[in-house]
Write a protein that binds this ligand. Structure first.
Ligand code: C5P
Length: 411
């Protein structure tokens, strides 16, 4: 596991909500990445999870009250507020959000927030009606104005049976946002990144085509993350139903041949090229000029010819070759085939993507990847494509800027 949060001091506040059961996992994930974690439990939180659990996973005493002389003697509330490099409140109940918005300090957690100079983040978790309530929305707007980071919430089924916004983000999604808050991405300023995304469509006749299930979500999330990290981004996109991310220059294409031409043109002006598109391997040898009629025969034969391999062409450029990252969507022997492609296509890095997993890959909101490069690899576990893209862009920028540090293996 890469120590992305090595020695970072994170104070985790847990308030009362059913999502508190996920906070123990969050502590574990932060510690895996090298962070030092201390935990404050509000009194309501203790109805959902015990101090003992959090003490065991964090390896540190857990604070629950300001009025405990022993705890204050060990590390008082002001010391705790000064110790933190980041305070994260996850879950943040509607009540805690309201208290913070009004600067209240009537328990240990809210007092620490007022007493800290460190950044503060909240991960709201509450019933969707409570989240949508105008009072909560105004309180969250106030927190934003006070430069408090708001992580999520996500949408979906809630413990109370409702469906909507108000779910706490999953621990790995929170970890990616914490990494972004503590390690702002700047290494891409001044760099040009070209990304291909989505499927291609290979016409058979004027009304029919061959294509695949790629939604473009992963490529678009990468484009958004790269732009957020300061890069100039060219997104060469096949046909998808997605809005162009802010600040991204999108070039729209339909077929693999069009994508090939646009990609080579952009690649020679780029520092980094990421081939995320699901390019059709074959196209019709001839496109029928008129609609192919249903004949009396029971079968119809199409002759297909191979499309150019776009990423292999980019990686084989002899002049102005960008750092080239590919994707390998596989259903069996994923890592084996991905390593083969890393070498046969002469890539600098490949993202092995098991598209047979439920809830991952094509057309899903989530994905899991093993990034493999020459001399190392890193597993990015199942998570939202937005947070996965942010982690991947961080990794790519590290490999691009410090190739000498890429020899470690992180598994
Ligand atoms: O060979 P395969 O299609 O599995 O390789 C996947 C990788 O190659 C992806 O990065 C994809 O964008 C790229 N690719 C390409 N041109 C093709 C086929 C795949 O750029 N014709």
């Amino acid at each position: 596991m890469q120590q992305t949060l090595a020695a970072k001091r994170i104070l985790l506040g847990i308030s009362g909500g059913i999502a508190a059961y996920k906070s123990a996992d969050l502590v574990r994930r932060l510690k895996e990445r090298g962070a030092e974690v201390r935990v404050i439990l509000t009194s309501a939180a203790q109805q959902f999870i015990t101090p003992l659990t959090l003490q065991a996973v964090s390896g540190n005493p857990v604070s629950t009250t300001m009025l405990d002389p022993a705890a204050e003697a060990a590390m008082g509330h002001i010391e705790l507020a000064k110790w933190a490099e980041l305070i994260v409140i996850a879950p943040a109940s509607a009540d805690v959000v309201a208290k913070l918005a009004h600067g209240m300090a009537n328990d240990l957690l809210t007092t620490c927030v007022l007493a800290t100079a460190a950044p503060v983040a909240v991960a709201p978790a509450m019933n969707q009606q409570m989240y949508n309530n105008i009072a909560t929305q105004q309180n969250l707007a106030t927190l934003k104005k006070h430069n408090i980071h708001i992580y999520g919430p996500g949408a979906g089924a809630q413990a109370c049976g409702d469906v909507g916004y108000g779910r706490m983000l999953e621990p790995l999604e929170l970890v990616a946002l914490i990494e972004q808050t503590l390690l702002p991405l700047t290494p891409l300023i001044g760099l040009h990144i070209t990304i291909t995304a989505g499927p291609t469509r290979e016409a058979i006749d004027p009304v029919r085509f061959l294509s695949n299930h790629s939604s473009g979500k992963m490529g678009y999330a990468l484009a958004a993350a790269a732009a957020a990290a300061g890069a100039t981004v060219t997104l060469i996109s096949g046909p998808v139903q997605l809005a162009t991310p802010a600040g991204v220059n999108r070039i729209q294409v339909i077929s693999a041949e069009q994508m090939h031409a646009a990609a080579l043109n952009a690649a020679i002006k780029s520092d980094i090229f990421i081939g995320c598109a699901a390019v059709a391997d074959y196209r019709a040898a001839t496109i029928a000029p008129g609609k192919i009629k249903k004949g009396s025969a029971e079968t119809l034969q199409l002759t297909l010819v191979k499309n150019p391999d776009i990423i292999a062409a980019v990686a084989s450029l002899t002049e102005r070759r960008p750092f080239t990252v590919g994707f390998a969507a596989e259903t069996t022997d994923v890592l084996h085939y991905a390593r083969q492609k890393l070498n046969s296509k002469k890539l600098d890095m490949i993202c092995a993507n098991d598209v047979s997993l439920p809830n991952a890959g094509f057309n899903s909101e989530q994905n899991a990847i093993t990034a493999i490069w020459h001399g190392g690899e890193q597993v990015l576990e199942l998570q939202n494509k937005v947070t996965l893209a942010a982690s991947l862009i961080t990794l790519i920028s590290q490999l691009f800027s410090q190739p000498q540090t890429t020899s470690e293996t992180n598994k």
